[in-house]
Design a protein around this ligand. Structure first.
Ligand code: GLC
Length: 558
């Protein structure tokens, strides 16, 4: 693997709507991000990914873009963006935007023109097909439920939307569309952006001709999930090679792909030395237990499943490239609530999870609020939920026969709004996020969990994350933390998540007790030095044995 400037960095995802509001609108803004750059710098963050802040009607919270060349007024304007870029640069920080180009918004001018004349030039920017026997062209299901086709009023034609009907898919087969996209990307990179997080990218290649790809339904609604079609869609690599050559490669931009459904043998093509992207996210843990039937049917993940998923990825990626690790993002429940049993959740357990993430090989992405231990929200009714995906999954659960109470209980845990509530800065009104009315409720736990209460406490979770980011950059350990080979240690021992990170000159052993009960672990050799510990003491039973407290996470040099 060729070494790259970003390998040893720490990345952070901001969900702009919920980060910091400086105007009292109830919605976070770009100036709010600039205002907090020092907070992020102090945490040890180098690379910041902004979820979309382009113009949008917000049907899917900005992942439906109506103008790629402008900032939505709720977030500020282009001057604010330029200021953010300049202030980041002053601090040696890098800004990534979200690149959402599988689809745009139905309020984008391309789509408006396509609707005026579906057979005209702009109609070809999208996938528009004739209906079949008074029905949709085929039976693909949208990721957000129902048919992936929407009828164009006054015609027998339909347009394709793999996501929401307000997110029509762009036709990548059309060279003009690709050129429009490349021009836009280069425009942003020339403005000073360091790169992009690339949204839903595998979907840009469809199985063609679309109307030939009808499949047996996989649920009673008669539809089939999009993943099925993606298996038959050949040739995404041609698009991605062109995309890279026309844009990112010219600017040495950093890119991290949201890639699902890739074929294992294709991983080198994605993130190898000459890959389409710099990196991509490890979703092995987040997709564990997902069910075709919907969220209500998901299987909970146990500590041993989690460990297995992490190790699988480490093994699969090996030296091919650098994966990016997460415990949560804006599409997932909070990691500490998802991976740690509710009755065992504590500050120590939260530190444990962060330590595991940071010590696996990969570029760590902290999602806003993770560093202060924000938890899932105790929503009490569907009325508190905004997310379209949760609304759809609630419907799916009801259709499957669950009572409204059961359906709510089932989807509440997985709701994307768990991670989208406002950042908890302090214990003042609205957690210090806004002086207005927050667009999404503030979690009622903000008096207990907030940044202000942790900043000056050396034992807080926030301080622990600072130790983790510092360790990654510590000249004594950086080579091993960033590039060391990951070797699972005693993987068969239940509720023990242990692994070595090995370079020619150094071995770090990471020991994590993924449970509340203490356990004693044999060391492969004597401990030379304790590097990091999430509890006060190290209980050496002998020279080569350590008794770990519940959720103790220990890094030692051996
Ligand atoms: C990605 C985003 C998600 C969005 C979807 C459609 O998965 O992370 O938030 O809903 O793409 O753009």
């Amino acid at each position: 693997m060729k070494k790259k400037w970003w390998h040893g960095k720490v990345a952070y995802q901001i969900y702009p709507k919920s980060f910091n509001d400086t105007t009292g609108s109830g919605i976070g803004d770009l100036r709010g991000i600039t205002e907090k750059l020092d907070y992020l710098k102090d945490l040890g963050v180098d690379i910041i990914w902004l979820s979309p802040c382009y113009c949008s009607p917000f049907a899917d919270q900005g992942y439906d873009i109506s103008d790629y060349y402008n900032i939505d007024p709720v977030f500020g304007n282009m001057d604010d963006m330029d200021e953010l870029l300049a202030e980041a640069k002053k601090r040696d920080m890098y800004i990534l935007m979200d690149l959402v180009v599988n689809h745009c918004s139905d309020e984008h001018e391309w789509f408006k023109k396509a609707m005026e004349d579906p057979d005209g030039e702009y109609g070809k920017y999208f996938y528009i097909e004739e209906g079949k026997d008074g029905k949709e062209p085929n039976n693909w299901r949208s990721y957000f439920g129902g048919s992936a086709w929407e009828k164009i009023p006054g015609t027998n034609k339909y347009y394709l939307h793999l996501f929401h009907k307000k997110q029509p898919d762009l036709n990548w087969e059309n060279k003009k569309v690709r050129e429009e996209i490349y021009t836009m990307i280069n425009w942003w990179l020339e403005r000073g952006l360091a790169g992009f997080r690339i949204d839903a990218i595998i979907n840009i290649k469809k199985a063609l001709p679309i109307i030939d790809y009808c499949y047996p339904p996989d649920r009673e609604d008669g539809f089939v999930e999009t993943h099925r079609m993606l298996k038959d869609a050949i040739g995404v690599g041609d698009f991605l090679t062109e995309l890279k050559n026309e844009t990112f490669a010219k600017h040495d931009a950093f890119t991290v792909g949201e890639v699902f459904d890739e074929r294992e043998e294709d991983i080198p093509l994605f993130i190898g030395d000459d890959g389409y992207f710099s990196s991509m996210f490890d979703f092995n843990e987040t997709i564990f237990g997902k069910s075709k039937n919907g969220w209500y049917d998901c299987k909970p993940i146990t500590p041993d499943d989690y460990k297995r998923c992490c190790f699988e990825t480490q093994e699969k990626i090996g030296d091919i490239g650098m994966i990016s690790t997460i415990i949560e993002n804006h599409d997932e429940p909070r990691g500490v609530s998802h991976y740690i049993p509710a009755d065992e959740l504590s500050e120590t357990a939260k530190k444990f999870l962060g330590t595991m993430q940071f010590m696996l090989r990969g570029l760590p992405f902290i999602y806003q609020g993770q560093e202060i231990g924000m938890e899932n929200v105790n929503f009490t009714s569907m009325d508190q939920i905004d997310d379209i995906s949760t609304r759809d999954q609630y419907k799916v659960a009801i259709e499957a026969g669950l009572s409204p109470e059961e359906a709510f209980a089932a989807v509440k845990h997985y709701s994307r709004d768990n991670s989208r509530t406002p950042f908890q800065w302090d214990d003042s009104k609205n957690a210090g996020f806004t002086t207005g009315t927050p667009w999404l409720m503030v979690s009622p736990d903000y008096k207990r969990i907030n940044a202000a209460s942790q900043i000056n406490d050396p034992n807080s979770l926030l301080s622990h994350y600072k130790k983790l980011t510092a360790l990654r950059k510590d000249p004594e350990y950086t080579e091993t933390v960033v590039y060391g080979k990951t070797v699972p240690y005693l993987p068969e021992v239940e509720k023990l998540m242990a692994f070595k990170r090995v370079t020619d000159n150094q071995t770090l052993l990471v020991l994590g007790n993924f449970g509340i009960k203490p356990q004693t672990v044999k060391l492969p050799s004597k401990c030379k030095k304790v590097v990091l510990n999430n509890v006060e003491n190290v209980d050496f039973v002998s020279d080569t044995e350590i008794r770990l407290e519940g959720y103790q996470a220990l890094i030692i040099e051996i």
